[in-house]
Design a protein around this ligand. Sequence first.
Ligand code: HEC
Length: 171
Amino acid sequence: MEKRRLIVLILVFVVIILQFFGPERTNPPIDENKTIQAELQVPAEVMQILERSCFDCHSNATRWPWYSYIVPVSWLVVKDVNDGRRHINFSTWGDYDQKKKIKALDEMCEEVQDGSMPLKPYLWMHSDAKLSAQDIQTLCDWTESAIKTLGGAVSSDRGKEGEEHNDELEY
Ligand code: HEC
């Protein structure tokens, strides 16, 4: 009994110490001229979907939840946000070239259609971020028209289920 109590105490101590090694949560300053809404016509209903379900990982306006302050969960959350921003950051949209913008818009529709985005673990904690079939339609209709505005073409495999694509956006 004594030994078990000591082990528990040590574990509690370790978890407390680990809190000092939490990752940094950043929200880099946003240049309002470079955001996606500054560059593209984003209707209110599309903006709402992006803000509600995507911005926490794909913008510099992340709303950090309470559990993002607690190790070890914080390591996972911060990693997802940093990864997400590296793939697409709607706050630094203006830095992307034409090709990347078109690709990103195309991928956005694909990722929500096949259910890859928003990430599953995020949805466990944010049930309101779940997209309805209507949300997905709204988003895809918009990405399609935005791609046309940019002079691009929608990929032909749009709408196919479960296909693998290795064409990562990161570069
Ligand atoms: C919890 C964080 C999180 C949320 C919320 C989230 N994403 Fe992501 N997203 C990521 C991460 C991490 C990656 C990179 C790794 C991957 O592809 O799984 C990514 C990658 C992407 C990519 C690039 C895929 C590629 O092939 O490079 C697209 C497009 C995307 N997300 C769109 C969205 C859209 C649209 C939403 C909202 C409907 C959204 N994401 C919500 C974390 C998130």
